[in-house]
Unconditional design. Structure first.
Length: 296
């Protein structure tokens, strides 16, 4: 939604100012200049990136347009699944807990939190580290180092679309110059025409320079930044899991471990302590009784 609003404001100000100066908007419409620039940009993008990155860039653009990013409710669900798994690990035999982490898609615990169950990568991250805790003999600092390394790897993968679009954005002004040069070459072939025709051809050529710069700084670079912002928000769930599990491994009660995770959430979207307690203590009758007994 914000992308559409931003583009509308940008275009309205740009075209409105151009018209106010006495310009004619129709002069800017030079479709073949845009074909040269857009086609060249698409081609270089395909050359520079593997197919996985190309597909992920498409997914990233879709996320940016729809604003698909984790919010307060998903953060609550992350804290909720962590609480239940930590509680299970403290109160039940480990082989029963293994049933949840070995088959999360069939686990009733994960089914309580649909946004987590639908996120395969995050679910795998949670299950892998609970599995390491169950195996035992894992030192906290070693687990922390391993988590940091994996989160950095996930960050690198998730920000590849950002870097790909930034590279395209940086090349667009140069591609605009290419289109402008081709337009000038065309104009040079019409020197015997009237000044009116020649002026039109030169103006059309200069549109290429304008289009390249505009597409770079008003479209692709902001779009890339939007994708990076959303992908960084997606990584926040991994950090929540990391901090909560480290606190749990160091002996903290599940409720206290959740607070370690909650504090890593941005203040703009951070659930309150009451919200976390509600999802931890009030989700089910039996679970609530066990949790209350633990808290006591």
């Amino acid at each position: 939604m914000t992308i559409a609003i931003g583009l509308i404001v940008t275009l309205a100000c740009m075209l409105g100012g151009f018209v106010a100066m006495g310009g004619h908007v129709g002069v800017i419409w030079q479709p073949w200049e845009f074909v040269i620039i857009g086609g060249s940009a698409l081609g270089t993008f395909i050359v520079a990136n593997p197919m996985k990155t190309i597909k992920d860039t498409g997914a990233g653009i879709k996320e940016a347009v729809t604003g698909d990013a984790p919010g307060r409710q998903q953060y609550l669900e992350v804290l909720g699944i962590l609480y239940f798994l930590m509680r299970e690990l403290r109160s039940k035999p480990r082989n029963e807990v293994e049933e949840h982490i070995d088959s999360p898609e069939q686990s009733p615990l994960f089914q309580k939190f649909p946004s987590i169950a639908a996120n395969h990568d995050l679910t795998t991250f949670i299950c892998d580290y609970f599995r390491l805790i169950i195996i035992g003999n894992a030192r906290t600092h070693e687990i922390e180092a391993l988590m940091d390394e994996e989160i950095n790897t996930v960050r690198t993968d998730k920000t590849k679309p950002y870097h790909a679009l930034v590279a395209v954005g940086e090349g667009l002004p140069a591609l605009g110059i290419v289109a402008a040069v081709l337009g000038v070459v065309k104009a040079m072939g019409a020197l015997d025409e009237s000044p009116e025709v020649l002026g039109h051809l030169i103006g059309a050529a200069l549109v290429g320079t304008f289009a390249g710069i505009f597409m770079s700084y008003a479209v692709f670079t902001p779009l890339a930044t939007k994708i990076k912002t959303l992908r960084e928000k997606q990584l926040r769930s991994y950090v929540i899991v990391k901090q909560a599990l480290l606190a749990f491994m160091n002996g903290a009660m599940p409720q206290v471990a959740l607070e370690h995770g909650r504090k890593t959430i941005s203040v703009y979207e951070r659930p309150s302590i009451d919200d976390v307690e509600q999802i931890a203590l009030g989700s089910s009758g039996a679970g609530g009784e066990t949790a209350t007994a633990e808290a006591a």
